[in-house]
Design a protein around this ligand. Structure first.
Ligand SMILES: [Zn+2]
Length: 400
């Protein structure tokens, strides 16, 4: 299901095509979040027109509401939300285990993983069988086992399902991380067993590499997941306390996978700042998902080619009130090409008009999509290093 077209001669970058039940996905690719069955503020046709070929739905949130039975009765998540292309579903492990951690405020500062706040829920018990927790919606007691997550994802009819993992946080001991990672490996086998018996034939299952920030645990986890029957491999869990450490953990993992599973696709969970995309592609990541572009848009923040400002400009600031400038000069996105000014975005964001977040979501997602397209072209042309250096120095993605 994964055809690699070009392998970079320096580094691990590659281009390829994921051939999935609902269509093809050109990689490396960014995957916008449709966490609760909607890319916030957009319609599926908007997302498709921007050039995206896959979105990510979240098993945890959709399990609690509206529930897998209802979505199944519409023919699956794609049919329900009117998105005809591929969908990857997250297993729910991150949400279950991050309850009480990571607020929206932390996520926007880049510390959280950005896969939806669950701050009102609570974990009641983590056991070998599964996790008992309290729903953040109505306080009811719920249970998720590896088999539950796979059954929900089968009902959602996603193209790619992720196994249930224990998402180990950064602050726990090495001993806890080691024991937790071993349980994640046992859950991987249970997920694959369930899927082999009951799962949709055309659904691909990705295993998840854990192991915290311990090199030997990460490598051992990568080898264990690579030795399993999974069709692709995701990298999850705590990736460290800062970007250099996160890039190091990804480096260890993909270096190992390059040996043990060179032909299988790799997904980096919940990471997608511009510099992370540039570095991650070089380390051999094929797909990324992240709340960043859509969440920033809802806070009045536009993505711009300004590395010193972390590629961000906060248009909700009072200083943009009288700005007749476009969001980004020369940007071909639907918002910029229609002539919307920074001053209008400033007004609409502050006035609570949903048009503001919608315009910035279109702009931010267009920016990321064009950046990824440029990286694919550069890998095929053998010019990735120069292209990444140009983006790191403040170049804007191509107009296409
Ligand atoms: Zn734009």
């Amino acid at each position: 299901m994964f055809e690699i077209r070009t392998r970079s001669t320096d580094g691990r970058a590659r281009t390829g095509t994921l051939r999935l039940a609902h269509g093809d996905v050109q990689t490396p690719a960014f995957v916008p979040l449709a966490t609760r069955g909607a890319v916030k503020t957009l319609e599926p046709r908007d997302v498709e027109a921007l050039g995206y070929e896959m979105v990510l739905g979240n098993t945890f949130h959709l399990y609690l509401s509206p529930g897998p039975e209802l979505i199944d009765s519409y023919g699956g998540l794609g049919a329900f939300m009117r998105w005809t292309r591929p969908i990857i579903t997250d297993s729910g492990g991150f949400q279950v285990f991050s309850m009480g951690h990571g607020s929206v405020a932390e996520e926007i500062k880049g510390r959280g993983r950005g896969r939806g706040s669950t701050s009102n829920g609570a974990i009641l018990e983590i056991a070998e069988e599964g996790v008992r927790f309290r729903s953040y919606i109505d306080g009811s007691e719920r249970f998720m086992a590896p088999e539950t997550s796979m059954a929900v994802q089968a009902a959602l009819h996603s193209d790619i399902a992720l196994v249930l993992d224990e998402c180990t946080p950064f602050h726990v001991s090495r001993d806890y991380t080691a024991r937790s990672t071993e349980r994640t490996h046992r859950w991987l086998e249970r997920c694959l067993d369930w899927h082999a018996q009951h799962g949709p034939r055309d659904q691909v299952v990705y295993g998840i590499v854990q192991g915290g920030v311990e090199r030997d645990l990460r490598v051992a986890s990568a080898e264990t997941v690579a030795a399993s029957r999974c069709g692709g491999i995701a990298i999850g869990g705590s990736l460290g306390q800062d970007k250099p450490q996160m890039h190091e953990v990804v480096d260890w993992t993909t270096a190992s996978l390059e040996q043990s599973a060179p032909e299988r696709p790799r997904h980096l969970l919940g990471i997608g700042d511009i510099d992370d995309l540039l570095i991650g592609v070089g380390l051999g990541i094929d797909t990324f998902d992240c709340a960043m572009p859509t969440r920033l848009a809802r806070h009045g923040v536009a993505i711009v080619p300004d590395p010193d400002a972390r590629w961000r400009v906060d248009l909700a600031k009072a200083s943009f009130r009288n700005s007749h400038e476009p969001i980004l000069e020369g940007c071909p996105c639907p918002a910029c090409s229609a002539g919307f000014t920074r001053g209008y975005i400033n007004y609409a964001s502050r006035a609570g008009e949903t048009t503001g977040p919608r315009l910035l979501t279109l702009h931010n997602l267009s920016y990321i999509q064009r950046l990824m397209a440029d990286l694919r072209v550069a890998i095929d042309a053998g010019t990735l290093a120069a292209t990444v250096a140009a983006f790191m120095a403040g170049a804007a993605p191509s107009v296409r």
